[in-house]
Design a protein around this ligand. Sequence first.
Ligand SMILES: Cc1ncc(COP(=O)(O)O)c(C=O)c1O
Length: 414
Amino acid sequence: MTFPDTGQAIDQVLTRLRSYADTDTPWHAKKMFIGGSYFGGDEILNASNMAAGVYQNHNALYAGRVFPGLVEIEQEIISMLLNLYNAPPSAIGSLTGGGTESLLLAVMSALNRAKSMGKQGPFDVIIPESAHPGFDKAAHLMGLNAIRLTSSDAYRADIEQIKASIGPNAIFLAASAPSFPFGITDPVDELAIIAKKHRLWLHVDACHGGFVLPFANQLGYAIPDFDFSVDGVTSLSVDLHKLGYANKGASALLLADVKNEKYQRYTFDNWPGGRYSTMGLMGSRSAGGMASAWAMMQILGQTGYREIVSEILTARDRLINGLTDIQGIRVLGNPDAYLIAFSSDTADIMALSEGMLSKGWLTGHLTRPKAIHLFLDRENVTSISEFLEDLSDTMVEVSMGRWSATSVDADYSR
Ligand SMILES: Cc1ncc(COP(=O)(O)O)c(C=O)c1O
């Protein structure tokens, strides 16, 4: 397209814009299980959009200078989160633009701390098999050695493998609460013992589970300890723009000890523009996500989140039971939140996925082991029975050779 010389009327432009959106898969639907955007119902969506609108055009970079209200919003979100994750009085936190940014900052802080302790590189970052690629991205950007484990123990971080991979240059250990592929929380308590012994920075990635696990725990589900109640957790990330139901652009990085703040903050003042000092990677960014995060925590309260968690976990349990009842289907481990993966020892799982797609079910996939990957949204709660019926039928069709696997589509590229 060439940049038009003359402008066009807004109505005309919006019509064209909508025609692009019409070519996209809807971002939420009863038969869509791939997540990425998080639907908590129309009321929540409207509330979140309205709240984001209040601050959409405020630049969060300028908060310290001209937006004291925004500074207060950030501090209030952080104090609510510190309380939710049993943080000690020494803890602090900051908001970032997303989960990946929070992970990058955690690794960067560990690196700065290691250097300040006089340690010499090249430094190693220990990453369990199922942890998010944001950790590898961080290692790549910072010239660190990413030691990515290649197998798991019951779909969780493999403690023996981790012990064996820690050398003198290790500075950082990642844990997931839960991991994206398997939806299972790592044994954070055991990892904390290892981290303390080797003086590693232990980061708990609760980007997905941060708004599920505490409420599941309150509901009586058996949730492993994953937060600052575990001695040895150095930092924890949680995405408000995922299951906090805030608009995009809101994650938090919490530090157990304010002393580590200096390793995260970047300050520069050797230019004519004055002092530039930020806790995050981004410069300018909209405060809309932040505002909607604050508003959602006020509107829903812990009771509201608990109700949603109860609704989705009840559906999840129904789904897991139904999957287990289908001969040949095997759920991978015991998922803690809304992510479930299942495989089959008797059928080609990708052929099964192909058959389900033909019936309108859009799911994710895992490559190791090959599995169908589901993210359960609030909208999917109403489609569990239909999903299970179609899956049963499709298993029969696969056994009759009706479906064959195409390439495994497990791609999140942009
Ligand atoms: C466990 C986990 N950590 C981190 C991230 C990265 O979050 P974001 O996409 O907001 O950068 C994701 C994204 O799905 C995730 O599931």
